[in-house]
Design a protein around this ligand. Sequence first.
Ligand SMILES: [Fe+2]
Length: 165
Amino acid sequence: MDSLTAAVYLPPLDNPHERAAIGHELAAVLHDLVALSLTGKQLHWMAAGPLSHSLHLQLDELVDSWRAMADTVAERAVTIGHTVDGQPAAVAAGTGLTPIAPDEVQDNLLVHEVTHRVATVAERVRARLRRVGEVDLVSQDVLIGVTRELEKQQWQLRVQSGAHR
Ligand SMILES: [Fe+2]
């Protein structure tokens, strides 16, 4: 255990010198999840077409799950001694998600827009797994859980849209 870890009772990572690097990885995931939840709420409000009501309800379920994931990821980051910033400016600067135009979105297009963004975030989180796991298996476990849930949502949205792959 290094002296800093001992002094402030931080978890002893396999490589404590990489604590900040893991914190940055978790912060990046936090930014994507917050952006995803904000976009989901935007689509919740702007859903149009025959399926708009069911999509309106479904989007709130998804937003709840993304916000819960963001909370878990942020709390893992601060648990290992890293600060996080989930405020609008930090999220806008840090996310890899593209914004959606603030107009009504027809139901068939909406499913595509959501699926694309869930897949994008899932892919970006999955790409961090190996790197995080080399330093901290517990943080990796958090990101594996996020990836598993996002990929499950990706499957559900995929079959909902009628796409086979
Ligand atoms: Fe609402």
